[in-house]
Design a protein around this ligand. Structure first.
Ligand code: SF4
Length: 115
């Protein structure tokens, strides 16, 4: 099988943003990395173009995005002190929206780095 080679790819996994990664891919899956650390290599190799998951899950069952948004809104509305948590591997724009969500719901925000 012919592989596509991409040089100088950027890894956004941990925040160091290494930008000298070389990736070798078949049509849907990265099969080899060069210059990535073990975390970056795992991240690249486990993200594919294959459609592995439904658009959303609600209580562990596949759901539409609209159903998931409605369920999330309901959870947030009923919560006493919502915690907006995580935010690794997300864009600055997404982080901005998460902060806004925490403010709108009277919640608190934290990232995985507090571990
Ligand atoms: S290759 Fe490793 S050190 Fe570089 S950004 Fe990715 S996870 Fe971080």
């Amino acid at each position: 099988m012919e592989l596509t080679v991409v040089k100088n790819a950027t890894c956004t996994f941990c925040g160091c943003v290494c930008d000298d990664i070389e990736l070798h891919a078949d049509h849907e899956r990265i099969v080899k990395t060069k210059n990535a650390c073990i975390l970056g290599e795992s991240w690249f190799k486990n993200h594919t173009a294959e459609r592995l998951y439904p658009d959303a899950l609600v209580d562990g069952r596949p759901a539409t995005v609209d159903e998931a948004v409605e369920a999330a809104a309901d959870f947030l509305y009923r919560a006493d002190l919502p915690l907006v948590y995580g935010l690794s591997n997300v864009t600055c724009e997404a982080q901005r929206e998460a902060v806004s969500l925490a403010e709108m719901t009277g919640g608190i925000i934290d990232s995985h780095t507090s571990l």
